[in-house]
Design a protein around this ligand. Structure first.
Ligand SMILES: [Fe+2]
Length: 189
């Protein structure tokens, strides 16, 4: 497991490929398109829904890249984390800790972070042309990641990031999620 390692200020960002793409990426794409009518959305930014949520039972193939990220966190960072497919136990949150980002041609994702009790954040591309919008981390100097199906990016949850305009002719579809610290924070939720 040899990721590309970049720095944004003092924060490391890792870029690598989730292996065995043929065993999950097409399947996950099918599961998403089959259940699009069941998307739950949390918030709109600039007129578009930022995050689209599905329950894990209708997108079971999402577990494959998510488990890979947990293993990568151990091997690369020595970080033992908790992978959740459902909301953090005891939390008031009703949405699962993973979501899909669907960007139509011309759409962008605004600058944001994932800092919410999590230990590590990740994004995996499911469908994306190379001109479907680079992920960027804004600090001086920042970095950009060109999207590619099967590529995964691991980054600290507090690191601000956004996605440039989708200049391809098809939707960019990515899966984003957070890994949680071990032991799980069970208080003050
Ligand atoms: Fe994000």
């Amino acid at each position: 497991m040899t990721p590309e390692k970049h720095y944004v200020g003092d924060d490391p960002v890792f870029v690598m490929d989730v292996p065995n793409q043929e065993s999950w990426i097409g399947q996950l794409g099918e599961e998403i398109s089959k259940h699009r009518s069941r998307f739950r959305n949390s918030h709109k930014i600039n007129g578009r829904w930022e995050n689209s949520y599905l329950d894990i039972d209708v997108v079971p193939s999402a577990k494959i890249p998510m488990r890979f990220a947990r293993t990568a966190a151990i091997e690369i960072l020595g970080m033992h984390s908790v992978l959740l497919f459902e909301p953090l136990p005891g939390s008031k949150e009703s949405l699962p800790p993973f979501w899909f980002n669907i960007a139509k041609p011309g759409e962008i994702t605004g600058l944001h972070d994932h800092a919410n009790l999590s230990a590590l954040s990740a994004v995996v591309y499911i469908q994306a042309d190379s001109n479907a919008g680079n992920l960027y981390f804004e600090k001086d100097p920042g970095i950009e990641v060109i999207p590619e199906p099967g590529k995964i990016v691991l980054f600290p949850p507090h690191l601000k990031h956004g996605v440039q305009e989708n200049q391809s002719n098809e939707e960019r579809i990515s899966l984003a999620f957070n890994l949680f610290p071990f032991p799980l924070p069970m208080q003050n939720l």
